[in-house]
Design a protein around this ligand. Structure first.
Ligand SMILES: C[S@@+](CC[C@H](N)C(=O)[O-])C[C@H]1O[C@@H](n2cnc3c(N)ncnc32)[C@H](O)[C@@H]1O
Length: 265
């Protein structure tokens, strides 16, 4: 199924904010976790799909991999290129859709995606692309938000303020189930799963609100789309959500994820 118009909007949405602030602040431990499962990477040809501003690509390149990162948001790719230059890392970055990757079959030793490919609307197609570009015997490394937990609750809370997705669009959280991943990827890969948690700790819910509405494209775009009372309701609802995770002086929001390691058959 083609979702070209939807993906154009999504690309603008993800690129509308400096995502690197969210990635550096909230995803570093997940990037470390995934990359550490894939070592040694010296000399490996690695693709990071839906790479955002380059958290996985930078870590893999620092460990000696020959890295290509791709994402459909041009603004994020531009940031990723600037970061690689600043860090003296040789990383190839492309603007590309996870559902139609511009790479030859079997051209990578390692294929990764950290909470990235899971947002592509045509999930069977995104899964098929991960498999297609991975060479036989190559490895797959994925991180997906869990179906239940802190991030899932946050997505459900945001959905109360969003229009329903077009028919046929896969829920990103579906990727958080082992069975579903087996269904989409099990023919192509031998899969192993592990659960992880990356709790977010903040001093205040206001701090979290500011970070998310200035630097997380989906939330920035959603807030900007609301007017009047609905806008105020959204702000109160989000602050209430963060506050519900208060533990003494700290907001501690659990963020459970499913980590997948695969070997291409
Ligand atoms: C939560 S961010 C994660 C970014 C990065 N993987 C990281 O861990 O920092 C999700 C990313 O997926 C990208 N994305 C979503 N749908 C995509 C698609 N169909 N094709 C390519 N990139 C996509 C977004 O642009 C965004 O950069």
């Amino acid at each position: 199924m083609a979702f070209e118009e939807l993906k154009r909007k999504q690309s603008a949405m993800w690129g509308s904010a400096p995502f690197e602030r969210v990635a550096d602040r909230l995803l570093g431990d997940i990037h470390d976790d995934l990359v550490s499962r894939l070592v040694p990477l010296e000399g490996a040809v690695l693709a990071d799909v839906a790479c955002g501003t380059g958290g996985i690509a930078e870590r893999a390149a620092a460990r000696g991999a020959r890295v290509t990162g791709c994402d459909f948001a041009p603004a994020l790719i531009e940031t990723a290129r600037g970061r690689a230059a600043e860090r003296g890392l040789d990383i190839e970055y492309d603007v590309a859709d996870a559902e139609a990757l511009p790479y030859e079959d079997g051209s990578f030793d390692v294929v990764t995606s950290a909470v990235g490919h899971m947002f592509a609307p045509d999930q069977p197609r995104a899964a098929a692309e991960l498999a297609r570009i991975c060479k036989p015997g190559g490895r797959l490394g994925l991180v997906c938000w869990a179906q239940e937990g802190g991030v899932a609750d946050m997505f459900r809370m945001l959905a109360e303020f969003q229009p329903p997705p077009p028919e046929g669009v896969g829920s990103p959280l579906a990727w958080g189930a082992r069975d579903y991943q087996q269904q989409l990827l099990g023919d192509a890969f031998e899969l192993e799963f592990e659960e992880g948690n990356s709790p977010d700790e903040q001093e205040s819910s206001e701090e979290m609100w500011t970070l998310m509405t200035t630097s997380f494209g989906p939330m920035k775009t959603l807030y900007a789309s609301l007017e009047g009372e609905r806008r105020d309701q959204f702000r109160s609802r989000v602050l209430e959500f963060f506050e519900s995770h208060r533990d003494g002086d700290t907001i501690r929001q659990p963020r459970e994820y499913l980590l997948t390691i695969g070997t291409r058959r």
